[in-house]
Design a protein around this ligand. Structure first.
Ligand code: MTE
Ligand code: MO
Length: 416
């Protein structure tokens, strides 16, 4: 094979015949000496090359494309209700192909040791037989913020963007379980989805996690079929997923096909070992922790984001500048948010809105005045109803890099 053959096909085609006209259009100017451009050389263009993009999710930062994992830059999370186009994607395996998903034929099986009557519902039956509920629910990957741990933890190097809070429509898991009957020895539910293990082995699950019965039976725990009133995006679990607001988003099975009601803690893929677990007591960074000293992550910790302005903004000194964002905590409520413009020496209280419903993030805003020209950072710190606040520095190191809820910071330049 010659080097020439190794050139990407699209690029080769681009440079011949009408391709050159297309390239000139992409560059925004005629390529004066186009006829002298060697066949193997593509113009570098006037703009830096585009980062890879996921269809339907422009602006998300792609961490990995096989499987697709992408996070949302903080300034794109400014909406009160996260649009589908701005909801992060965390795939452990390969999602089912769009062409293979037929909502009209989709079924959900309820089974497991602790179900009285195992049965299957079509998606249509679920929608017709059970009451619909709409909640705005925060989902955050337990590994959000992993990139800041030292020594580093393996896995997707999420910064701050593996979180979102869209409005979900679905039926309550509790209602569906009640219809089948659950025995007294039920401890946990576990999910199975239609995605494929990275090895391609159909006998392996990419992920199969779950929650204790108490969480499974909450009002807000939904079998969701819509996001912001529309079908779920393919990457976020179309046509059906589980959503357990405020808990690690990994508890919400996408492309949901089966729920098992277990008489023990669910032991599916990524429930055991070190996956989605943290040490029961603090450990020195980099230490080896035996599996027996690890506990399952349940509610996510108190956290906040500055979603406006965008980091790097230039503002006028000596006058109020609005800053705002969201704050959330797994099972509780945010009672205060404070902001600092002097690296945490002094703090100013922000206004905090009530959540639209339980387990939804809360809007906060403040006006800050930067005293004179120069570089500043805006730091935000939330406190919850149990008096817990975010740490200023990265909290407890753990082997897999979970639960980093350190304060978010943005850079601001004041210039008159
Ligand atoms: N079937 C299935 N469900 C899944 C996953 C997956 O890979 N397959 N990833 C989980 C993880 S780790 C997270 S953080 C959330 C991400 O949800 P999102 O991609 O809709 O943002 O889905 C969870 N549910
Ligand atoms: Mo996750």
């Amino acid at each position: 094979m010659s080097d020439h053959d190794r050139e990407p096909v699209s690029r080769r085609r681009f440079l011949t015949g009408s391709g050159r006209t297309a390239m000139a259009a992409a560059i925004g100017a005629p390529i004066v000496f186009h006829d002298r451009l060697p066949r193997d050389v593509a113009p570098i263009g006037l703009q830096p090359p585009q980062d890879p993009q996921i269809p339907g999710k422009p602006g998300l930062r792609v961490l990995n494309d096989r499987p697709v994992n992408a996070e949302t830059p903080a300034h794109l999370l400014d909406d009160d209700v996260t649009p589908a186009s701005r909801l992060f994607v965390r795939n452990n395996g390969y999602p089912p192909a769009a062409a293979d998903i037929e909502p009209a034929k989709w079924t959900l099986e309820i089974a497991g040791e602790s179900v009285r009557e195992a049965r299957k519902f079509t998606l249509t039956e679920l929608k017709e037989r059970f009451e619909h509920h709409i909640y705005q629910l925060t989902i955050e990957c337990a590994g959000n913020g992993r990139s800041e741990f030292s020594p580093p933890a393996t896995g997707n190097q999420w910064t701050t963007g593996a979180v979102g809070c869209p409005r979900w429509t679905g039926v309550r898991l509790r209602d569906v379980l009640a219809e089948c009957g659950v025995t007294d020895d039920a401890v946990y539910v576990g999910y199975y989805g239609a995605d494929t293990h990275l090895s391609g082995d159909p006998t392996k699950d990419p992920i199969s996690r779950g929650v204790p019965m108490s969480k499974a039976r909450e009002d807000e725990t939904l079998l969701a079929f819509a996001l912001n009133g529309e079908d779920l995006p393919l990457h976020n679990g179309h046509p059906l997923r589980l959503v357990c607001g405020g808990w690690p988003a990994s508890t919400g099975g996408k492309w949901l096909q089966k729920i098992v009601v277990r008489d023990r803690v669910h032991d599916g893929t990524k429930m055991t070992g070190k996956a989605y677990r943290v040490p029961v007591r603090p450990v020195a960074p980099g230490s080896k922790v035996p599996d027996s000293d690890m506990r399952i992550i349940e509610a996510m910790p108190v956290k906040s984001l500055v979603t406006f302005p965008k980091s790097g903004v230039v503002v006028a000194p000596g006058q109020p500048t609005e800053v705002r964002g969201h704050a959330w905590v797994g099972d509780g409520r945010i009672t205060a948010v404070a902001v600092s413009i002097d690296f945490g020496s002094t703090w100013q209280a922000a206004e905090v809105s009530p959540p639209p419903n339980r387990l939804a993030w809360q809007r906060w805003r403040a006006d800050v005045t930067l005293p004179q020209d120069g570089y500043y950072e805006v730091w935000a710190r939330a406190t919850d109803d149990q008096g817990r606040s975010q740490p200023m520095v990265v909290p407890g190191w753990n082997p897999k890099g979970y639960l980093n809820n350190a304060c978010h910071r943005i850079a601001v330049l004041a210039q008159s």
